[in-house]
Design a protein around this ligand. Structure first.
Ligand code: ZN
Length: 152
């Protein structure tokens, strides 16, 4: 029997929701809010065929996380356990870096260790959010705090 499109996307994304980064149960009903669904990124402006890195246009999401459901753009949350001040919106930052490359300050952290923890989390998160995009995160002193700097 051929795999369904949902199974294909689910397998490829490791049954993990691209928005909230939590596991999606392939056995759960697609009508359940926590059940699996395909999020089509075609809702984003000027993204027709594929993203610039040739990455997937369809992603696995929980039904409730699926961006097609509402007018509001998806928000990838920063975890509460990290100490980040004025963190940048992750998806918008990643899209800019993907288009233009370069360097962006994405947050300020009170201590070097806070910055390092946030840097590790962010690079790992982006590796699943946009698998084709290679990024590095560095922590640089600035203004009496530490700046979390993302480069692509
Ligand atoms: Zn989710």
């Amino acid at each position: 029997m051929a795999m369904s499109r949902l199974d294909e996307v689910g397998e490829r994304d490791g049954w993990r929701c691209w928005v909230c980064d939590e596991a999606v149960d392939p056995e759960m009903s697609v009508n359940d809010g926590r059940g699996p669904s395909i999020d089509s990124l075609a809702t984003r402006p000027k993204k027709k065929a594929r993203s610039p890195d040739g990455g997937p246009e369809e992603r696995l999401a929980h039904r409730d996380c699926n961006t097609r459901k509402g007018a509001v753009a998806a928000i990838v949350p920063w975890p509460d356990r990290l100490f980040v001040v004025e963190p940048a919106p992750i998806i918008a930052t990643v899209e800019r870096l993907q288009r233009k490359g370069g360097r962006e300050v994405v947050a300020r952290c009170p201590t070097l260790v806070d910055g390092q923890e946030a840097a590790i989390w962010l690079v790992d998160r982006i590796s699943r959010l946009r698998p084709g995009l290679a990024v590095t995160a560095d922590v640089e002193p600035g203004g009496g705090q530490f700046l979390l700097v993302l480069r692509a």
